[in-house]
Write a protein that binds this ligand. Structure first.
Ligand SMILES: C[S@@+](CC[C@H](N)C(=O)[O-])C[C@H]1O[C@@H](n2cnc3c(N)ncnc32)[C@H](O)[C@@H]1O
Length: 248
C-alpha cells in the first residue's frame, strides 16, 4: 500500500488544487461517477427526516442529493474553496437552507454535532493519511443502526495497478479490501454491501488503452455496477454500505 505524505492536507487546503481536477458532474468520466448515485438510488432507502454528515463534500454532490430528498445535511470539507463552490451549487439547486457548511478535517470532526443517521464519505478514503483515525471519528458520529456510506480504490483494481505504476503522486492511495473491512469492523461498522463501479471504461479513457470499444459500450450502457466479489475489487471504485452496530 502506498503511503501518503503528511503534506496531503496542505495540498487540499490550498486554492486552485483539488478544484482544478475534481468535477465529477462534467467531462468524460461523468457517466462513471453517476453510477455511484444510481447505486444509492437503487439500493438505499432514505427517510426524509434523517440527518446526514457528508465528509469531504467537494462540490456538494452528495450533500445536495440528500438535501433534495428532505434530509438535514452537514457538509464538511478541508478546503474553503470547495465549500464555497458547494454553497453556490446548493443555492442553484434551491437547497441551501437544508445544508450547514463546515470547514474541518475528517480526522478531527470536533466541530460538528453528534448522532447522525448517515455518514457519507465518498471519494475521500484514498486521500486520508490516517484512515483508521478518520473512520473512528466518523463512526462516533453515527447513531446505532445508522448508515456509513463510503467509496475506496481497491489495490486489486485494474485502474490502480496501472495508476500505481504510472504515477509518482503521493496524494492518493488504494486499499486491500480485507484490511479496509477490518478497520470498519474494528469501529463497529458492519459492511452489508459492496458495489464495484467501472472495470474497463475509465481505464481506457485515462490511459488510452486498446480495449475493444464494444466492451466499453457494454459496460457504460448495460452494466451500471458490479456485484460479484471477483469484479467488485477489480473495479475502479468500490462503493460500500455499512451499518453501525452496538458497541461490543
Ligand atoms: C475527490 S473529492 C470528493 C468530493 C465528494 N465527496 C464527491 O464524491 O463528489 C475529495 C474532497 O475531500 C476533501 N478533503 C481532502 N482531505 C480532507 C480531509 N482530511 N478532511 C476533509 N475533507 C478533505 C477535498 O478538499 C475534496 O473536496
Amino acid at each position: 500500500m502506498k503511503l501518503l505524505s503528511n503534506d496531503v492536507k496542505n495540498y487540499f487546503k490550498k486554492h486552485g488544487t483539488v478544484s482544478s481536477w475534481w468535477n465529477p458532474e462534467e467531462g468524460e468520466l461523468k457517466f462513471h461517477y453517476e453510477k455511484e448515485i444510481i447505486i444509492l438510488e437503487e439500493n438505499f432507502e432514505i427517510q426524509s427526516n434523517w440527518s446526514v454528515l457528508d465528509v469531504g463534500t467537494g462540490r456538494g454532490r452528495f450533500a445536495i442529493w440528500f438535501a433534495k430528498r428532505g434530509c438535514k445535511v452537514t457538509a464538511l470539507d478541508i478546503s474553503e474553496e470547495m465549500l464555497e463552490i458547494a454553497r453556490k451549487n446548493a443555492k442553484l439547486e434551491g437547497v441551501q437552507e437544508k445544508i450547514d457548511f463546515v470547514l474541518g478535517d475528517a480526522e478531527d470532526l470536533s466541530n460538528v454535532g453528534k448522532e447522525f443517521n448517515v455518514v457519507c464519505c465518498m471519494e475521500l478514503f484514498d486521500h486520508l493519511p490516517n484512515l483508521d483515525k478518520a473512520v473512528r471519528k466518523m463512526a462516533n458520529k453515527l447513531v446505532t443502526g445508522g448508515y456509513f456510506l463510503f467509496t475506496y480504490v481497491s489495490e486489486d483494481s485494474v485502474y490502480w495497478k496501472l495508476a500505481n505504476r504510472a504515477s509518482k503522486s503521493n496524494l492518493a492511495r488504494a486499499y486491500n479490501t480485507n484490511y479496509l473491512l477490518k478497520i470498519l469492523n474494528g469501529n463497529n461498522i458492519k459492511v452489508v454491501n459492496l458495489f464495484g463501479v467501472g472495470l474497463l471504461f475509465p481505464v481506457r479513457i485515462i490511459y488510452h488503452l486498446f480495449i475493444p470499444i464494444w466492451m466499453c459500450k457494454l459496460e457504460k450502457k448495460l452494466k451500471p455496477y458490479y456485484h460479484h466479489p471477483f469484479f467488485v475489487k477489480r473495479c475502479t471504485h468500490v462503493l460500500g454500505i455499512g451499518v453501525k452496530m452496538c458497541k461490543r
